[in-house]
Design a protein around this ligand. Sequence first.
Ligand code: ADP
Length: 630
Amino acid sequence: MTAPGPRSGAVSGTPAALAHVNRDTARRVVPLFRPYRAQVAAVVGLIVVTSTIGIINPLLIQVVFNKALFAPGGPNLRLLVILVAIMAIIPIVNGAIGILQTYKTTRVGQLVMRDLRDRLYSHLQTLPLAFFTDTKTGEIQSRLANDVGGVQSVVTTTASTILANVVIFVSTIVAMFILSWQLTIVAVITVPVFFWLTKMVGERRRQVARSTQESLAAMSALSEETLSVSGVLLAKVFGNQARDATRYHEENQRLAGLEVRQQMIGQGFYAIVQSFLSITPAAVYLVAGLLLAHGTAISAGTVVAFTTLQTRLYFPIGQLLQVSVELRSSLALFDRVFEYLDVVPDIVDAPDAVDFPAISSGSRVTLREVHFRYPGAPVDALAGVNLKADPGQLVALVGPSGAGKTTISYLIPRLYDVTGGSVQIDGVDVRHVRQASLAATIGFVTQESYLFHDSILANIRYGRPAASMAEIGEAARAAYIHDRIMEFPDGYDTIVGERGYRLSGGEKQRLAIARVLLHDPRILILDEATSALDTASEREVQKALDALMGSRTTIAIAHRLSTIVNADVINVIDAGRVVESGTHRSLLRQDGVYASLYQEQFEGGKVQWRCPDGDIMADGTIRHRQTQPA
Ligand code: ADP
């Protein structure tokens, strides 16, 4: 993608932010139809046909009157029957063509929407994590589902309505001209007046409708606020019920007035249309009389046919005005879709990006003078981090909350790019590695693993879609979850409940570990993988984790020091820097931050394992924690 656009993470959904895109929107909508040129041409052809056929019957009226009913030599019944038959068949044929046209239009509309949805979805997939942390999930869902769907109405309804009505209008004027150019002038003169009146009433109506909407919203906000438990409580303790009732009454009063006005404006509009439809034929009769009196020959058939055509003149104007309003709101929907499509993913493969060799044992991870600042954040989250994890090592990151541990873990798989320094794997800057290769090299186990609402099998297989059943079973066994899976009546086909509610926290973690085992990455990142678990589950998960770590290079973030005392290197992170680094023993000897953290958590080694409900002491006894009396 080469077009300049907002950087990822800089999207806002406010109307003000949308305003600037509006101008180009229409120009961008047209290319969406390019792949369906032939179908669009067919649709246009069909619309032109159905909209034009409508003038045949009024024109036939002239022939019926002049040649069949009131023919100079008396009524011509044979001709009359033929004409009437034609007049009966035409609407039926037109209806049939109309159905075909609707089918074609809907189909083209749906194909374009399908493409747009696909494009948007694929594009969203390429956007970096920052985009999603900065955008409400509901917002993305709504643009993908509702806005793209709403856009469809532009195509199927709005565009075809515009075309049909323009054709109806033009063809009617042409037909009128064929009948009598003098009468056409009379009819056309009234058009601007009708246009102006309709537009004015329409605008007034929209204003009132908007106020009505606002009033309705204000009332529901008020009732929601004041009739909720806390709202009622507040009103009662402050004795404000009467005041709230007055506020409600005032808004309610306003709403009633607006509703009446809206109804009356609608009636006014109706009256205008009706008056026009009745008065303008009268004007035509008058002018026809004047023309006849001055010697211009106008037949009765022409006058009747003409006034019939006249009704076709005003109807399209009303429709076009109506649709122009819809068009504007539909273009706004397009804008919302294009706004997302315009976000340029800033984490993409470099043109000269390389793949890691397929076979290699462990990998070395190096961070050199890494600086990082979150988009929009006032200060650096990482301020010059240097650390190294050699092949097969377990390297731990510990430190207070907010120190930057998670941020470090995000930079390795390029969920974010460093703002300074570099992250290297086996000496290659991760920004020069193809993202697919990077993803294959790195595995992640987080505090709360995300499982799809699908079968256990599908969830594990996600780690490597091509894996065989035997490989999946092997991974599950290694993660100590196979036996548990077999206890379910449906075994591997058991559907994991919404977000995995049917499984315990520890089981979910082991499932996630099986998934990563299958993925078989060379580098493993564990972000507090066991911290949300109780002691028994933690032990199980720890066993699975040990299997997973094996000979891989592991970087583990830990709050509980118990899990990382055996780490090859422990890095203590504080305020975006590595403040201490070494083994458990050497760090204790240093008597710095780590030593005090350890002292705090484990009372200098007396406590071996600290859990929410109690501690396992170094001598093997269990000390239960005092719980608050209920
Ligand atoms: P830790 O994992 O050590 O608890 P983090 O790496 O999560 O710390 O956070 C480091 C710092 O970066 C914190 O000050 C945190 O507030 C900030 N931070 C984390 N995520 C974001 C984000 N998406 N946008 C802005 N700041 C963030």
